[in-house]
Design a protein around this ligand. Structure first.
Ligand code: NDP
Ligand code: HSE
Length: 438
């Protein structure tokens, strides 16, 4: 029975989880893969930190050159993160004929085209289950389980850190910065946590998911992206009053005008299953023409859940090597040369309902002036709340929910409103998705 040899680069959070599973579940994995899976190398520049479990003598190294030159290695696992040198190492491994497994969504969202093309040319596989939604097998579900479907919608809560922050702010009113620090301690956050908070990490994941789901090569520039850093406890409290949860939602929809791809804080009805996804949990809600609506749910970050997804790819590739079936399932669900250029719907063409929180002077006529501008731009108010002021001269919040309006009109109206002297800080805007129940 052929033994499959693995080299793992990056012995950090996910690398440790992956190594633990490969070492501690060796017998189980051998039974399932139909061949022994041998962790031959763990490579990291830090050889001293205690990762909480012991590794067999001789496999931990900082000599990447030696690992790359080892012709017995079949699968190279990249878990260092970031664009460079990860891109160079991955391409090098592929050109040496090694299969690659990575959790690096940033790398795939930015250099995916080059990596998948090089893999295709070299006849090797690239596994990336861990790059979206941590431990949840969303990639395999879209690529294989839903192969019979035209997928029209992918909605996701895809960033554990952002969801953890919003959940704790909602439930406990804990300030943003303190919750972020706790997410970092738990190993959920990216090396640069602004990626989590500003929606960049979610955009990386939506680029990967929508490439798979819609068969077009989606890049970061194709996705409108807004993060959660401006969300205040006040917005969360108002949302709750109106029967909504605020989530950092990844939205991918096939529409007549093209692909609607965006990430922003979104109000979703309390009754929708996505509203119940809390903490570092992720979920992905998919609509296919045959299957209907489905939702996948689980831990979207963390050492062991993400390690679980990495090892799933390793076993898939090992099975294919053993059976001489490499490439049986194309990495992106369709042959690389059949990917299309995307046709995108401009963000300005969006229509929907909106939440506005105006921060204004408390004086007569303010409400009428704001409502007047909204009326001028065809924006109809659905409900309106004004809370009392905290201090004599301080701003007061006026909150409005709109009926369906055009994004282009909303932008023009808010530009005009925010330039008025009665408006004390930029208006907070949150888009509302009136999702059908699952
Ligand atoms: P960590 O920072 O915990 O681990 C990365 C490890 O790689 C560190 O030990 C780092 O060393 C080492 N490293 C970095 N550069 C090099 C290099 N050039 N040569 C050798 N070693 C190097 O990151 P994570 O484990 O959290 O993330 C890894 C990947 O997994 C990223 O792409 C991330 O986006 C992705 N991911 C992470 C998840 C999570 O829950 N954490 C979930 C899903 C995906 P040093 O500490 O010295 O920099
Ligand atoms: N930083 C990411 C998150 C890790 O918080 O979801 C998982 O991709």
């Amino acid at each position: 029975m052929k033994q499959i040899n693995i080299a793992l680069l990056g012995f950090g959070t996910v690398g440790s989880g992956t190594a633990r599973i490969l070492l501690e579940q060796k017998a189980l994995l051998e039974k399932r893969a139909g061949c022994p899976i041998h962790l031959k190398w763990i490579c990291d520049r830090d050889l001293t930190t205690d990762r909480g479990f012991s590794v067999p003598e001789g496999i931990l190294t900082d000599d990447l050159e030696r690992v790359m030159n080892d012709q017995e290695v079949h699968i190279f696992i990249e878990l260092i993160g970031g664009l460079e040198p990860a891109r160079t190492f991955v391409l090098d491994a592929i050109r040496r004929g090694k299969h690659v497994v990575t959790a690096n969504k940033a790398l795939l969202a930015v250099h995916g085209e080059e990596i998948f093309r090089t893999a295709h040319e070299n006849g090797v596989e690239v596994g990336f289950e861990a790059s979206v939604a941590g431990g949840i097998p969303v990639i395999k579900a879209v690529r294989e389980g839903l192969v019979a479907n035209n997928i029209s919608t992918v909605l996701g809560i895809l960033n554990g850190t952002a969801n953890y922050i919003l959940t704790r702010m909602t439930r406990e009113g804990i300030p943003f910065e303190r919750v972020l620090a706790q997410a970092q301690e738990k190993g959920y956050a990216e090396a640069d946590p602004t990626y989590d908070i500003e929606g960049v990490d979610t955009a990386h994941k939506l680029a990967i998911m929508s490439t798979l789901a819609f068969g077009s090569q989606i890049g970061l520039d194709d996705i409108y992206t807004e993060g959660i850093s401006r969300i205040s406890p006040l917005d969360i409290a108002f949302a709750r009053e109106f029967g909504y949860h605020i989530k950092l939602l990844a939205i991918g929809r096939k529409r007549e005008k093209g692909l609607d791809l965006r990430i922003h804080p979104t109000m979703i009805p309390d009754s929708h299953l996505l509203a119940q996804v809390s903490g570092a949990y992720n979920a992905c809600y998919i609509v296919g023409d045959s299957v209907g609506k489905i939702m996948l749910y689980g831990m979207g970050a963390g050492q062991m859940p993400t390690g679980s997804a990495v090892v799933a790819d390793v076993v898939d590739i090992a099975r294919n090597i053993t059976l001489g079936a490499t490439g049986r399932v194309p990495s992106l669900g369709i042959a690389f040369d059949r990917l299309r250029e995307p046709r995108l719907m401009p963000m300005e063409d969006l229509t929907g309902c909106y939440y506005f929180r105006f921060s204004v002077k408390d004086q007569p006529g303010v409400l009428a002036r704001i409502a007047g501008v909204l009326g001028d731009f065809n924006i109809s108010i659905n409900s309106c709340v004004q809370k009392g002021r905290d201090s004599q001269d301080g701003p007061v919040p006026i909150v409005m929910l709109t009926h369906e309006a055009a994004e282009s009109d909303v932008r023009k109206a808010l530009k005009e409103i925010d330039s008025m002297e009665i408006v004390l800080s930029p208006t907070m805007i949150i888009r509302i998705e009136e999702l059908d129940t699952l």
